[in-house]
Design a protein around this ligand. Structure first.
Ligand code: SIN
Ligand code: FE2
Length: 216
C-alpha cells in the first residue's frame, strides 16, 4: 500500500493484490471517450434491466451484456445465454472491439496474455446498490481470468477468500480502474459494498462495471 505514495499523481500504476490478482489503476483512462461511446452503443441496443435472483428478488444492480454470451439470472438460476430474453432472444450486441481490446491489454498487463472474452456483463449501480459476496463460477473454464472495468462513482471492492466466511480485504475502485483476478485467485469470493451518494463528473450519479469473461 505504501507504493502509491511514490507514484506520480494521476499516473497509471499496477498494484499486485495477491498471486493472481492485479489492480491496474487508471488503466482505462487513456481512450476513455472511445470506450464510453462504445458503451453507449451497447446500452442503446440492449437496455439495462433488473434481473431476479434465483430466489425471486430483484437484484439491486441493473444489468445488460454484450458479446456472444450474456449472463442471466432468474428463477431458473444463473447462466450464460446467446439470446437476450428482453428482446425476443435476439443476439446480444457485439462486443465493441475497443472494449475487447482494452480487456485483452489489461489481462496481459496482469500476466494473462491471450485473453479473448466471449462475454461482457455490464452492471449499473445507483447509490445504495451493492453486490453481495459471491464467486464467479458460471463459466466453463476457470483457467481464464476475470477482467473488470470500473466507471463512475467510486466503489469498495471486497476481496475475500475461497470460503464465504473468510475475511475480506477492501480496495477502492475508481473511474478508469481495472481489476484482473485469475489463477489461484480465480474463485475467490468478492462483492461491492453499497455505493455512496454522489455525482461523478463524467458519469453522473451512478457506477457502471463491466466484467469480461471467457464464459463458454
Ligand atoms: C461482479 O462481481 O460481478 C461485479 C464486481 C464489480 O461491480 O466491481
Ligand atoms: Fe463477480
Amino acid at each position: 500500500m505504501q507504493a502509491d505514495l511514490f507514484e506520480p499523481s494521476g499516473a497509471p500504476w499496477h498494484e499486485r493484490l495477491s498471486a493472481g490478482a492485479v489492480l491496474l489503476h487508471g488503466f482505462a483512462l487513456e481512450g476513455e471517450e472511445a470506450l464510453l461511446a462504445a458503451l453507449r452503443t451497447v446500452i442503446a441496443a440492449a437496455p439495462f434491466r433488473k434481473m431476479l435472483t434465483p430466489g425471486g428478488r430483484p437484484m439491486s444492480v441493473a444489468t445488460t451484456s454484450c458479446g456472444p454470451l450474456g449472463w442471466l439470472s432468474d428463477r431458473q438460476g444463473y447462466r450464460y445465454q446467446a439470446g437476450d430474453p428482453l428482446r425476443g432472444q435476439a443476439p446480444w450486441p457485439p462486443m465493441p472491439p475497443v472494449l475487447a481490446d482494452l480487456a485483452q491489454r489489461a489481462a496481459a498487463a496482469a500476466g494473462y496474455p491471450g485473453f479473448s472474452p466471449d462475454s461482457c456483463l455490464i452492471n449499473r449501480y445507483v447509490p445504495g446498490a451493492k453486490m453481495s459476496l459471491h464467486q464467479d463460477k458460471d463459466e466453463q473454464d476457470f483457467s481464464q481470468p476475470i477482467v473488470s472495468l470500473s466507471l463512475g462513482l467510486p466503489a469498495i471492492f471486497q476481496f475475500g477468500g475461497l470460503a464465504r466466511s473468510d475475511p475480506a480485504q477492501r480496495y477502492p475502485l475508481l473511474h478508469g480502474d481495472m481489476l484482473v483476478w485469475g489463477g489461484v485467485d480465480r474463485l475467490r469470493f468478492h462483492g461491492i459494498l453499497p455505493i455512496r451518494e454522489g455525482v461523478h463528473p463524467r458519469m453522473g450519479p451512478q457506477r457502471i462495471n463491466l466484467t469480461f469473461r471467457v464464459a463458454g
